[in-house]
Design a protein around this ligand. Structure first.
Ligand SMILES: NC(=O)c1ccc[n+]([C@@H]2O[C@H](COP(=O)([O-])OP(=O)(O)OC[C@H]3O[C@@H](n4cnc5c(N)ncnc54)[C@H](OP(=O)(O)O)[C@@H]3O)[C@@H](O)[C@H]2O)c1
Length: 431
């Protein structure tokens, strides 16, 4: 009988608790698939006395999570604490120092320290696995690293944050405004309380995008190069106007690498009704990968929650139990290139612009003149009647053109007394 893979687990919250339950419930099947049992020997969390609804008496409790890595009877470490630095990073480093494989769901840590950790894992000849870190239960890391490995990846993009997608698609279904749905999302546990900013300001999606882009394009993880705009400023009228034009609004993380360099952006986008991302609703996630031989792949499913995330963590453990390690970012660290950042202005596309303007003559002429002077060609322009506060909504869709031109037009309009608020810009994703 092959010896069990003995693991230590740090973090017993939503995901860590889910891992313990899954390993217990599916133990026999996991053993058959992995070729040996996966046995939890030691655990750690912040508060030993907390009732977690799980019997923990069979596991060795360790107060200092980093010392889990130093236990002689532990073969691999699972980090489910979270946070880019602090105890999670200390534990990850300790695991590789001790020559032990690491499984983590921690996108923040990988976005900031992924390269260092991949290097340490490689040096120690052990695995760094992180399927749960991007899109929870969806096997997109495996899909990119293994399934699509033969392809030049042209684009990788998707709906990477369930909180934002829940808010946007609930706004879409109900016509209600952002703030209202955000508090509903918080009471349902879909958004963090009291501070949901990591999700709604696009940072969590950007963490995931930077990891996907590294894998897809063979590039060093470069989180600082991601341009990030969240969904705070999307209003109900944007969603209604987008629908009238045949689009849905989604927060899209988009990555592309070409002769200009690596382009990574998280931004609210208009997605055509016929596009697969338009059908991703509620807290679901989806990732589109476009490869030069395979064509378009769509990965969709639950991007968060106890069961889906634990499923991804345990899949990684099964790989480790089988001895399937593989390089963390799809190729040895020395082969990952440091791509420079592609300037957004070089990109071409259509844009949606919404202006809240004063209800007086000459305003429309001022806006269209700014567009003309910047070389932006207008495809459609809709003006809605004055609202109770006397403001008017103007919605513009541009023809395809350089993003630089739209940016110039908006710069020209900055500070104009005709504008009663900041304009809303959303890029249009084509089918
Ligand atoms: N939740 C999801 O759906 C999801 C999805 C994908 C990825 N992830 C990632 O998975 C990781 C865990 O997320 P989660 O939702 O399970 O978080 P969580 O529910 O907040 O749980 C965090 C756990 O870490 C423990 N912890 C905190 N500080 C610690 C320390 N210094 N030493 C040891 N343990 C410590 C906490 O202990 P106490 O319980 O004693 O406070 C808690 O058990 C994060 O990186 C997250 O980004 C989560």
């Amino acid at each position: 009988m092959t010896q069990a893979l003995r693991i230590a687990l740090a973090g017993l919250g939503t995901v860590g608790g889910g891992v313990l339950k899954l390993l217990a419930e599916n133990a026999a099947l996991i053993e058959r698939r992995a070729g040996r049992a996966i046995e939890v020997v030691a655990i750690s969390a912040r508060d030993r006395t907390r009732d977690r609804g799980i019997d923990l008496s069979g596991y060795e409790w360790v107060d200092d999570s980093a010392s889990l890595a130093r236990l002689d009877n532990v073969d691999a470490v699972v980090e489910l604490i979270g946070g880019s630095d602090g105890p999670a990073l200390t534990l990850a480093r300790a695991a590789f120092n001790q020559g032990k494989s690491l499984v983590t769901g921690n996108k923040a840590m990988l976005a900031h320290h992924g390269l260092e950790l991949a290097e340490a894992a490689e040096k120690a000849n052990v695995a760094l696995k992180y399927e749960a870190a991007v899109a929870g239960g969806i096997p997109v890391i495996k899909g990119l690293r293994e399934g699509a490995a033969a392809n030049v990846i042209e684009h990788v993009y998707g709906v990477l944050n369930g909180t934002c997608n829940f808010i946007l698609t609930t706004m879409e279904a109900t016509g209600r405004d952002f703030a209202d749905i955000l508090s509903e999302a918080q009471s349902l546990g879909y958004a963090e309380k009291p501070d949901p900013s990591i999700d709604i300001d696009g940072v969590d999606a950007a963490h995931k995008l930077s990891i996907l882009a590294s894998l897809a394009f063979g590039a060093q993880v470069d989180f600082d190069a991601v341009q990030i705009t969240g969904i705070r400023h999307v209003i109900a009228a944007d969603i209604a106007e987008a629908a009238a034009l045949g689009f849905r609004v989604r927060l899209v993380g988009f990555g592309e690498a070409d002769s200009h360099g690596l382009f990574q952006r998280v931004h609210p986008c208009l997605v055509p009704e016929g596009h697969p991302l338009a059908h991703v609703t509620g807290s679901l996630n989806a990732v589109v990968v476009e490869g030069n031989h395979v064509g378009r792949l769509l990965f969709q499913g639950r991007g968060a929650g106890e069961g889906p995330t634990a499923s991804a963590v345990v899949a990684d453990l099964i790989d480790i139990a089988r001895g399937e390690y593989g390089p963390a970012f799809g190729m040895p660290v020395k082969s990952l290139t440091k791509l420079h950042t592609a300037p957004a202005g070089e990109r071409r596309g259509r844009a949606y612009l919404r202006f809240t303007v004063a209800d007086r003559p000459g305003v429309l002429a001022e806006l269209t003149a700014a567009m003309r002077d910047a070389g932006v060609s207008i495809e459609s322009l809709i003006q809605r009647g004055a609202t109770a506060d006397g403001s008017v909504l103007l919605v513009m869709v541009t023809h395809e053109g350089p993003e630089r031109s739209v940016a110039h037009a908006l710069e020209k309009l900055e500070g104009s007394p005709s504008l009663l608020g900041a304009p809303m810009l959303m890029y249009i994703l084509e089918n």
